[in-house]
Design a protein around this ligand. Structure first.
Ligand code: FJE
Ligand code: FE
Length: 304
């Protein structure tokens, strides 16, 4: 498909992508007292190039994700319920609430905390997107978008929030170093979606609410907490044949095709680079300088 056809709202899908693999994301413990449903990044699905982790998280104070580092990838946090406060070693601090988004390029290094900002249970999605070797050591960067500023479009019972990329003729302002699309769809009962996806990209669906039929109209309905890896084709077709609304995210990205060596929150291309990263972190060097004297306010007040 040409860029023009892709931008055009009227692109007709010729080769719908079918569901190649399906997993139910079961709850597991992460951080300190937090619960995540991990779909990508678990044992059976270590990596779905360029995606390293997809967590549907649930945190209630005092649980959270206290002071920890990242290098070599991006984290994308999309709030579904409640609010999370993040603080980093550069003094960057902010709270994202339901519907808000933080797109963080960790690049050469970030040390931060991500903690609940209010009472009750905070829920959201965190996606880790790998960076190409030439981008792994870029300066850290944040792109934060409030819910009211996320572009939305609606057509024939289909509503989309365009977090990254483009859908129904509406474009996101987010800059993605690794070419990525991230769309939050709500389908009313009886509605049908056709969404183009570049053929060479990897793409998946993660169901948040209701039941949907994906890929082939005759396939079985799929419910929340399931991830669907899509096979080859030029787009996604989905149907809501139930009596309740269906909500899911569709995420796609251009595969990097590079070797991945991961050690927890550090993701590089070689073991040598991982050894160097551990060395940098331990010696407060090459991007981790400010970690030497920093502790988050949340860590100080909770005495972690
Ligand atoms: C991390 C364990 C972790 N999923 N979802 C090890 F839990 C984390 C981590 C998160 C995280 C944070 C939020 Cl706000 C949401 C998450 C894992 O912080 F980075 C490592 N290395
Ligand atoms: Fe983090």
């Amino acid at each position: 498909m040409t860029q023009q056809e892709f931008v055009n709202n009227n692109y007709k899908i010729k080769e719908p992508r079918l569901v190649a693999r399906k997993f139910l994301a079961k709850p597991q413990h992460e951080g300190v007292g937090a619960v995540v449903r991990r779909s990508i990044g678990r044992f059976e699905l270590k990596y779905f190039d360029p995606f390293l982790v997809l967590d549907e998280f649930s945190v209630t104070a005092p649980a959270g994700f206290p002071d920890h580092p990242h290098r070599g990838f991006e984290t994308v946090t999309y709030m579904l319920q409640g609010a999370v406060t993040h603080e980093d070693f550069e003094g960057h601090k902010g709270t994202i609430e339901a519907g808000d988004l933080q797109w963080m390029t960790a690049g050469r290094g970030i040390v931060h905390s991500e903690m609940p900002a209010s009472q009750g249970t905070q829920k959201g999605l965190q996606l880790w997107i790998n960076l190409a070797s030439q981008n792994k050591m870029v300066e850290p960067r944040y792109q934060e978008i409030l819910s009211k500023d996320i572009a939305e479009a609606m057509k024939d019972g289909v509503k989309v929030r365009v977090i990254a990329g483009e859908a129904l003729g509406t474009k996101s302002p987010i800059y993605t170093r690794t070419p990525t699309m991230y769309l939050d769809f709500i389908l009313k009962p009886g509605s049908h979606l056709q969404q183009p996806i570049p053929k060479s990209w990897n793409a998946f669906v993660y169901v948040l609410e209701g039941e949907g039929i994906f890929g082939n109209q005759k396939s079985q309905p799929i419910s929340s907490h399931h991830i669907l890896l899509l096979g080859y084709g030029d787009g996604l077709e989905a149907w809501n044949k139930s009596s309740k609304q269906l909500r899911f995210i569709l995420v796609g990205g251009e595969p990097l095709g590079e070797p991945v060596v991961q050690f927890g929150p550090f993701v590089m291309n070689t073991q040598e680079e991982i050894d160097q990263t551990i060395d940098d972190f331990e010696n407060y060097a090459n991007g981790f300088e400010k970690a030497r004297h920093w502790r988050s306010q949340s860590a100080l007040s909770l005495d972690y």
